[in-house]
Design a binder for this molecule. Structure first.
Ligand SMILES: NC(=O)c1ccc[n+]([C@@H]2O[C@H](COP(=O)([O-])OP(=O)(O)OC[C@H]3O[C@@H](n4cnc5c(N)ncnc54)[C@H](OP(=O)(O)O)[C@@H]3O)[C@@H](O)[C@H]2O)c1
Length: 174
């Protein structure tokens, strides 16, 4: 049975309302993204790029990543996905889909900023059109990884060598 959220989603979509949805992630060459309670590397220029890119926009994160990075975020709106709802200092979303719906109301670009479980779900459901990936050279000890994604579904529209990382912008093929 449709609930109120389904009705409002339908209303937004029928009005043509939507926002850009972009995955933003830093990953090692072997796709490692995390180790324990943080990043496996220290690449300040990359972290500054992340904070600069999300400034004034909407960020969607899993609850664990919010606990790690939440205090640093420069975004105007933060939507944290959690089943338990134990979220402080951000707007709680009970699912990634609900977070994406809520992001439409804010009208800003929605950056899906991890962690591993959120990247996995967003890619599997084909809920994003762009990937902003920072590739960190080398291999690192880690316990969280960026999901594999079929290269044939994506086209590289920008690639830049930067201080300590390579920035690659992928766009989904239409
Ligand atoms: N390199 C990067 O760019 C980058 C970026 C972000 C994070 N990371 C790394 O990623 C790692 C964390 O990733 P993770 O996968 O362990 O955790 P996560 O994705 O940050 O958070 C997982 C939590 O999100 C909630 N969740 C996930 N899917 C849900 C759904 N469908 N519905 C409702 N709630 C849902 C659950 O919260 P509840 O338990 O509260 O229900 C779950 O425990 C860390 O190592 C971090 O450093 C790296």
């Amino acid at each position: 049975m449709a609930d109120a959220r389904d009705d409002s989603r339908q209303r937004y979509y029928s009005m043509g309302m939507s926002v850009r949805r972009i995955i933003i992630a830093a990953l090692a060459t072997d796709r490692t993204i995390g180790h324990g309670h943080g990043l496996p590397w220290q690449v300040p220029a990359e972290y500054e790029h992340f904070l600069r890119t999300i400034a004034g926009q909407t960020v969607i994160m899993g609850r664990k990543s919010w606990e790690i990075f939440g205090a640093d975020l420069t975004s105007d709106h933060n939507l944290v996905v959690s089943r338990t709802g134990e979220v402080r200092g951000a707007t709680w979303a009970r699912s990634l889909e609900q977070a994406l719906d809520t992001a439409i109301c804010f009208g800003k670009t929605a950056f899906i900023a991890g962690g591993a479980s959120i990247y996995e779900q967003a890619l599997a459901a084909q809920w994003v059109d762009d990937l902003y990936l920072s590739i960190i050279p080398g291999q690192f000890e880690g316990d969280a990884w960026f999901p594999c994604f079929p290269a044939t579904d994506w086209v590289v529209v920008r690639r830049e060598e930067r201080e300590g990382y390579t920035f690659v912008h992928h766009r989904r093929r239409r």
